[in-house]
Design a binder for this molecule. Structure first.
Ligand SMILES: C[S@@+](CC[C@H](N)C(=O)[O-])C[C@H]1O[C@@H](n2cnc3c(N)ncnc32)[C@H](O)[C@@H]1O
Length: 289
């Protein structure tokens, strides 16, 4: 068993949804670029990407810091760090990336320098204690440094309300079942702490100043390209698998048909799939000392 496999077993649910995180990150790239723009990264900056996934945003940040800047990629999963370095190598910027194997639940990552900016997208909600994880992120910043945290937003809509089989509202019920799965997974871990509020409160409590939220729309209408359709199907498959124990048997049977390429109801054949969602980011500044 590899270290990565051991870590996955030790920390289930902390990774990416599908086997091809790079494909998913490509679909959300426009929204990601808008969400990380308020970091205001400049040439020569020291930046941290916490939970880089396949490294798409890490590469964007590496281009922004230029040849004299550095981007620390912090992740608990060595496979993700390898993938990030690979993505950076293909983009010709791997010499600006410093991989750091670290779990933000263990506190501030041991970096050799303070950061001008910290970016983290779809990572911190995996932590058992969101307050402690927020303190770890802010702890990497120099006084005056900026944090952008992308978390939350709106549920994704891919299917019409009535797909013609089963009871209408199938995707809404999937959201509900998936939320129950997440709560069971989240609170099933020893030490899991109820957040008790929104991200803005959490960031302010952790010491961030001038915290403001902004939300970016992701609106890809039908007909979807093959690339986007593949991501939508993979994400739905992952959500249905996780939510399975909380779906009614009727809904589970409909999803089984929709996700079966050999069934005439397979979603891959439909022309009316969309990808509509919204992603929220929070920007704030570490107060001057
Ligand atoms: C869902 S992916 C997000 C990838 C990318 N940032 C994005 O927005 O698409 C979550 C990433 O956070 C990492 N991660 C999850 N929990 C973590 C923790 N406690 N400490 C460090 N990295 C963590 C995972 O290994 C993975 O790379």
């Amino acid at each position: 068993m590899t270290t990565s496999e051991q870590q996955r077993i030790g920390k289930p649910g902390t990774g990416t949804s599908t086997d091809d995180p790079a494909a998913a990150e490509a679909v959300f790239l426009d929204a990601t670029l808008r969400l990380l723009a308020p970091l205001g990264v400049a040439r020569g900056d020291v930046v941290v990407d916490v939970g880089p996934g396949a490294g798409t945003a890490t590469v964007v940040l590496a281009h922004a810091v230029g040849e004299h800047g550095r981007v620390y990629a912090v992740d608990l999963d060595p496979t993700m760090l390898d993938t990030t370095l690979d993505t950076a190598r293909k983009a010709g910027v791997s010499n600006r990336i410093r991989p750091v194997l670290h779990d933000v639940e263990d506190g501030v990552p041991p970096l050799p320098e303070a950061a001008d900016a910290v970016w983290s997208s779809w990572c911190v909600h995996h932590a058992r204690d969101w307050d402690a994880a927020a303190r770890a992120l802010i702890g990497m910043l120099r006084p005056g440094g900026v944090l952008c945290l992308a978390e939350g937003g709106l549920p994704t809509r891919c299917l019409p309300w009535d797909i013609g089989i089963g009871r209408p509202g199938l995707e809404i019920r999937l959201d509900e079942a998936h939320d129950r799965h997440f709560a069971q997974w989240f609170f099933g871990r020893p030490g899991a702490k109820r957040p008790g509020g929104g991200w803005e409160d959490i960031l302010v409590r952790a010491g961030l100043a001038d915290v403001a939220a902004f939300t970016e729309l992701v609106d890809i209408p039908a007909p979807l390209s093959d690339e986007v359709r593949a991501v939508v199907l993979a994400e739905l498959m992952a959500r249905v698998r996780r939510a399975g124990p909380f779906l009614t048997s009727d809904d589970a049977a409909v999803w089984a048909r929709l996700l079966d390429p050999d069934d005439e109801a397979w979603l891959g054949r439909r022309g009316d799939l969309t990808l509509l969602t919204a992603r929220t980011g929070w920007r704030g500044r570490k107060p001057d000392a």
